[in-house]
Design a protein around this ligand. Structure first.
Ligand code: K1U
Ligand code: ZN
Length: 167
């Protein structure tokens, strides 16, 4: 397994769109394994392939406190959505910035799991929010695109300061 480099805002590669996975081969399995390692290493609850400069429709997620419930979503589609939920979100590509974003409260999704099996799930709460956030990454969209220009300006300034500070 290998730790992958996470792209950071405003890297324009974060704006690229993912392509569907057509074969569940060893290379795909390797990408999934590396994405899980990277997500756990950086203490994220989700990660989309575009964040690690891989333009494939792959999402990994683990919302358990023990970090022992890995879930993988390949070629994820939202089949239906309802309601509104506004929660604070973070993002490994926009470190240190937390903003409330309005998203659908309930979603019905379809995807392939890590074994290539078709799954359908109905989700609410943080799993629903996280998957919508990750699906946005696969479409080149970031959570900060939803916040006001003023908040975005503050976020950019904060990020610039963080990036200039020595480790
Ligand atoms: O960068 C990412 O896509 C991962 C991101 C997922 C996410 C978190 C919260 C709401 C929506 C999507 C993270 O894991 S950020 C770090 C984190 O663990 C976290 C941050 C805020 C709330 C809950 C968790
Ligand atoms: Zn993110």
């Amino acid at each position: 397994m290998a730790l992958l480099d996470i792209l950071h805002f405003p890297d324009q590669r974060l704006r690229l769109k993912a392509q569907p996975v057509t074969v569940m081969d060893e290379k795909t399995q390797q990408i999934v394994a590396n994405m899980f390692e990277t997500m756990y290493h950086f203490a994220g609850i989700g990660l989309a392939a575009v964040q690690v400069n891989i333009q494939k429709s792959i999402i990994v997620m683990d919302l358990s406190a023990e970090k022992n419930q890995p879930q993988c979503f390949i070629n994820l589609k939202i089949l239906a959505k309802q309601g509104k939920d506004k929660r604070e979100e973070g993002c490994l590509t926009v470190p240190g910035i937390y903003e409330k974003v309005a998203r659908a409260k309930w979603i019905k999704i379809e995807a392939l799991n890590q074994n290539g099996q078709l799954i359908q799930q109905e989700l609410t709460g943080l799993p629903a929010i996280c998957l919508q956030h990750e699906l946005d990454h696969l479409n080149g969209k970031l959570f900060i695109d939803y916040v006001s220009a003023l908040k975005l300006q503050r976020a950019r300034a904060k990020l610039k300061k963080q990036q200039a500070e020595p480790l």
